[in-house]
Write a protein that binds this ligand. Structure first.
Ligand code: PPS
Length: 570
């Protein structure tokens, strides 16, 4: 097991000439546009990362994998690699027919002969593979709410790998890595799987693992799809590059793996081990709660903390890779070094320091110190860049209220006050301006109002994502639409909902544009508050009254709110 066979492993690609021919013939085939996850799966099928699979699983293999982690011929394989499609697409196919598999731009990557088509029992798959039919598990959620209803299976013929424009030199196929190990004479290689930035504890444990196994180290991070909410791979790769310099020269290398993780704990760990064996590694580090999906809907862990280690240990011989268990490293202040937690004999007499992921995120968010013992300054710098403190992040102020309530006036006053501060660009998306520039073809039906607010939400989310301040001032009468926009924006920064609570009677009394009169006369239909609904916000960040209050004062209340939320400096 320790002396790897670094001979090339089978790929599913055809020669360049055959690929050109297949490509032109494939133009006549029915096409399936692959999802991002299927593109990741196809890449690893074609380049041998999923060896011995020769295509997407057929029904017999699928049943074997789901029920007992084995293909129909008995080979160990823990994860269903399936091509899910819509019922409509599946119905139009004849078994034995070839289909073209295209990426999201329409480029043909492969063809597949459809040998199997079936409607899976997804609840059974969830129970057997992921341990529970619970949508709190990201892969179960995907299975029920994203994946198509029907599975197709059959052998794949590879035409070209998916194109990556980022970090090209850092991506290797199994055969490229095998060739690299041959070239540099690495006979024992321990792989470290990760989807998180590496800090000092990781560097210590990987270095120790390599020393223990008398092996070289391969940092093998996943850059395909990881757990929703993870640090994006662009930031992570820059962090990994910084950490690479901390290992003794020529002992360690890094390669990026375009895997779509399922967060399936023990089964996933076995899958990861097989993939690393295929990439020419002899050892594989498995930690506590490897590929854990977080808590289930009852607030409990899906898997036991050492289930993954147990399952890999049970199958390591058969896979042909040796498991190295991941030690939980903690920092011992008195000795100024990291030590495995379970090897510290004098725990009562020393100070053990640790910073959890949650605590790290809090420190980043609030711009607090991240100590040198915890991470490397280059890594912290990358993370601070990516996660600036709230006072430097983008955010959206979303005013809602009746026509004539004073939204636009307060929004304009707020805009100039924020521009006076000058640290972030400010954009005003006022109701009237948006209707002129973005939504000129829309009317005031529920459907059109929703579309209008969605567009505003999209533009505001882009501004927020890029570190600017978006001020929106539409009527936005529907609570569900406001909630959807809030969710979209909160992925990037704060969403501050301000209800301008001027009563409809007061708005009608002011009637600055003369619209209420026309609405009363029936000359304007579906007029909010008169002949159309308005859902009063239940929990806005701020409610402002405008009767007998100066505009300047209203804008000032908003500024105070932003300050109390840490969005602007006090
Ligand atoms: S919505 O519901 O959020 O899409 O509405 P919004 O785009 O903010 O509306 C912008 C302005 O359109 C004028 N207007 C109407 N308002 C409500 N109902 C009807 N039927 C209507 N027809 C025209 C109204 O003056 C809104 O301007 P504001 O700035 O709110 O006074």
């Amino acid at each position: 097991m320790q002396i790897p066979n670094l001979a090339p492993i089978p790929e599913l690609f055809v020669s360049y000439e055959s690929a050109q021919k297949l490509k032109s013939e494939a133009a006549d085939l029915k096409s399936h546009d692959l999802s991002p996850r299927q593109i990741c799966d196809l890449e690893l099928l074609m380049n041998g990362g999923f060896n011995p699979l020769k295509g997407f699983l057929g029904q017999e293999d699928y049943d074997g994998v789901v029920d007992n982690m084995r293909l129909a011929d008995g080979t160990l394989w823990p994860m269903p690699i399936t091509l899910d499609v819509s019922e409509d697409f599946a119905e139009g196919l004849t078994l034995g027919e070839d289909i073209a598999l295209r990426d999201q731009e329409g480029v043909i990557l492969a063809t597949m002969t459809v040998t199997d088509r079936w409607t899976p029992d997804k609840s059974r798959e969830a129970e057997q593979v992921f341990g529970a039919d619970d949508d709190a598990h990201p892969a179960v959620n995907y299975l029920h709410n994203t994946a198509g209803k029907v599975y197709l299976g059959g052998p794949v013929v590879g035409i070209q790998p998916p194109v990556h424009y980022d970090f090209r030199a850092r991506r290797d196929t199994p055969n490229e890595l095998r060739a690299f190990f041959r070239k540099v004479g690495w006979r024992r290689v321990v792989a470290f799987q990760t989807r998180n930035p590496l800090h000092r504890a990781h560097q210590e444990l990987t270095f120790r693992a390599a020393k223990e196994a008398q092996a070289n180290l391969l940092i093998h991070p996943v850059v395909g799809m990881t757990k929703p909410g993870d640090v994006d791979h662009f930031t992570r790769v820059r962090c990994y590059e910084a950490v690479l310099d901390k290992y003794p020269a020529s002992t360690t290398s890094m390669s990026l793996l375009n895997l779509a993780m399922r967060m399936a704990g023990p089964r996933e760990a076995v899958w990861h081990a097989i993939i690393r064996r295929n990439h020419g590694c002899t050892h594989f580090i498995v930690g506590r709660d490897h590929a854990g999906p977080g808590k289930n809907s009852a607030g409990e862990d899906f898997y036991g903390p050492y289930d993954a280690q147990d399952l890999v240990r049970e199958h390591q011989q058969e896979i042909g890779i040796e498991m190295v268990d991941f030690k939980h490293m903690v920092y011992v202040q008195e000795r100024a070094q990291y030590e495995p937690n379970d090897e510290i004999a004098d725990k009562d007499n020393v100070t053990i320091l640790n910073i959890s992921g949650t605590e790290l995120r809090r420190r980043l968010r609030e711009g607090l110190e991240i100590p040198d013992w915890f991470s490397f300054s280059e890594v912290v710098e990358q993370l601070r860049n990516r996660y600036p403190p709230r006072s430097k992040q983008g955010f959206t102020v979303f005013f809602t209220g009746f026509s004539g309530s004073g939204k636009s006036t307060i929004a304009n006053a707020l805009m100039v006050k924020l521009m006076e501060m000058g640290d972030r660009p400010v954009t005003l998306l006022d109701g009237d301006i948006v209707r002129k520039n973005l939504s000129s073809e829309l009317g005031f039906s529920k459907e059109h109002r929703d579309l209008n607010i969605r567009r505003i939400g999209y533009v505001a989310s882009e501004i927020t994502k890029n570190g600017g301040i978006a001020i929106c001032a539409p009527i936005a009468p529907y609570a569900t639409t406001r909630r959807a926009v809030r969710e979209e924006i909160e992925a990037y920064g704060a969403f501050v909902e301000i209800h301008v609570a001027t009563t409809i009677e007061e708005c009608e009394r002011r009637d600055r544009k003369g619209l209420y009169k026309l609405a009363r006369e029936g000359k304007i239909k579906e007029f909010t508050g008169i002949s159309d609904p308005y859902d009063v916000p239940e929990n806005p960040e701020l409610r402002v009254e405008t009767e007998n209050v100066e505009v300047d004062n209203c804008a000032h209340q908003v500024l105070l709110k932003l300050e109390s939320m840490g969005l602007i400096a006090g």
